[in-house]
Design a protein around this ligand. Sequence first.
Ligand code: DQA
Length: 143
Amino acid sequence: KTVCLLNGPNLNLLGQRQPEIYGRETLADVEADCAKLASELGLNLRALQSNHEGVLVDAIQAARQDAAGIVINPAAYSHTSVAILDALNAFDGPVIEVHISNIHRRESFRHHSHVSARADAVIAGLGTEGYRAALRRMAQLLA
Ligand code: DQA
């Protein structure tokens, strides 16, 4: 089974961007670790990062064809994008939302996520470990 790992805007700068909030691990590190963990869990990982809302919508639509589940950090689009929520609502499998930081301890505009209305689970504040936790849970949900 294939799991889609989607990361939204500015997460390409992971490791360099506000490391005091997001840590020093790069997105390449996260994706490589997740691919390794996925194979240990008997899953296949397809990872994509985009700074563009429509590209993320297209990736979610493509997941309808060949992915069993989606792990997504929509980044700033969490707080703004009805389009990403609508695309996820058209996807049948489990969806797990990840935020590296604890969005509830930050500015009030980060407290609400449109995606949470669709997510089977929401992880916030575990750092980049949250992606691995999401994958472990995804494996349980797909078993
Ligand atoms: C984030 C939190 C968002 O508020 C922010 O816009 C991000 C990253 C996180 O992983 O903590 O870009 O989703």
